[in-house]
Design a protein around this ligand. Sequence first.
Ligand code: M6R
Length: 613
Amino acid sequence: MCGIIGYIGHREAAPVLLKGLQRLEYRGYDSAGVAIFANGGSRDGILVRRSVGKLTNLDRLLQDQPVHGSIGMGHTRWATHGRPSEENAHPHRAGKIVVIHNGIIENYLDLRHKLQAKGRTFNSETDTEVISHLIDDYIQQGLSFTLATRAALKQLEGAFSIVVLCEDEPGKILTAKNATPIVIGLGEHENFVASDVPALLEYTRKVTFLEDGEMAEVTREYVTLSDFQGQPIEREPRTIEWDTVTAQKSGYKHFLLKEIHEQPQAIIDTMRGRILPEESDVSLGEFDEHSELLNSIQRIALVACGTAWHACLAGKFYLEELARIPVEVDYGSEFRYRNSPLERHAAILAVSQSGETADTLAALEGGKSLGLPALAICNVVDASIPRRSDIVLYTHAGPEISVASTKAFTTQLTALYLLSVYLGRRRGVLDEGRGRQLIDDLINLPAQVQEILTKTKHIEKIAKKYGHAKDFLYLGRGVNYPIALEGALKLKEISYIHAEGYPAGEMKHGPIALIDEEMPVVVLLPKDPVYAKTLSNMKEVEARGGRIIAITDAPSPELEDIAWEVIQVPTTNHLLMPILLTIPLQLLAYYSAVYRDTDVDQPRNLAKSVTVE
Ligand code: M6R
């Protein structure tokens, strides 16, 4: 959602804030703003600059109307309350207080009415402005900056993270959070606050994550943590492994293309240290100490959103076939409000790239409240979801900046595969021979992904040929049906072409009515036990004039006759085929978006990390 950065130190704040916001722009990008203590707060107080649209507009504004000072904060917005406009852009000022905010204040209307009744005037439609008024109101009543902020925090309901400046106390930044992330970067005679780690990496890798219900007082020399009641909190800082280079474009035109090409390495990093070829086994250190618990699990509920949900749908096939554990898959937003009867011998497993998705986090909490052990597959270390889980399997895919998820997806599939082999071996479902084969196939996978990535020209041409289409249909069967869904989602979100994913066998029950000469139909056709069935479905499409784009590991003259385009991928076992089939779909979506000249890395209306309901 929104991106937050705060700085207090010895550097010029404006460039630090702008650079941090660039790294966070993927979180939201309809407007942006900064607030800086001009000249250290001695003369002009806090100056605010805000502008609608992309960050470049704010950059230009700051060139025209510079603000010099070394304490400040910045924000990129993804609108929830109030349309994108300068008035609704953050920071929001009320009296002596200036606030930036990520999340939603659920009781903001109630608070706003109460504050209006006291004679306060609001300048925006946002929920954020109530926070600045509320804190300022307490200051007017005589409370100090810290106490006023704490008093206000106790009145806020909902998910939020905030950063606050006060005209009276130029040497201090306050920050607080409940259910949306805040990380504090620790430097030498300088400190940072951000909603996400990439904003800080250039300056420090020593960080402290705030937990829900906590606030921090940040000065140049120290950071003190406390809860909303004022109880002090001690926490050891952590060191982040990622470096700035991994969070850059490295010569690629878009982060998305870079991240697609990073997949061989990302898959290797997910496997690293977890494969025991000699023993035909997988080692998941994180899980070993919970072997009793894992052996007792008789059912797993997988919860996730968007692309991660598609990974879960494929994960169901992995866990059921390799570990013989019955699996149910839910959207986070559905599970959280479903009265699930799961309890004894069940577990909940949340899958999330960011580890901050509000619906997935709430579903995990829902599972925990039923007494289920909480497992997580996550990319971002120490994000909220892993912190709230009993056992975590990190994907180690590195920072994913582009809003559309690519390497996070294939590494989530890799992690689910590893977990399934691990459980299957321990439960006696997989013998050594099968374990060996499954592991060998996984070891070969990164090179096979690389092979597809060396032949992108063909896919680029196909994208140009069909990129004008209004609708696409994606068909797949079994474990590849989720891949059809993922292919359709990728195309929709970055090229804005309407697309549907369907189980191939279901097409005749309705979607077949859509097919005509204008409709490209992408068919996932691996040489698996249902190959012949999917081929029949393809013939049904052909008979209605649909333009078939087949992706297969088994091209044949018959296939060449039916399909308008054939994309060949290497072959592997039927459970890893989804990963290989995903790569051409990502490239097709990417090149279609480039052809249609959309904003590939920051598609309209989307945000990387959806920390609101
Ligand atoms: O960070 P998460 O994996 O929890 O995010 C879940 C979805 O918001 C995310 O996958 C979204 O669907 C992406 N835009 C897909 O490309």
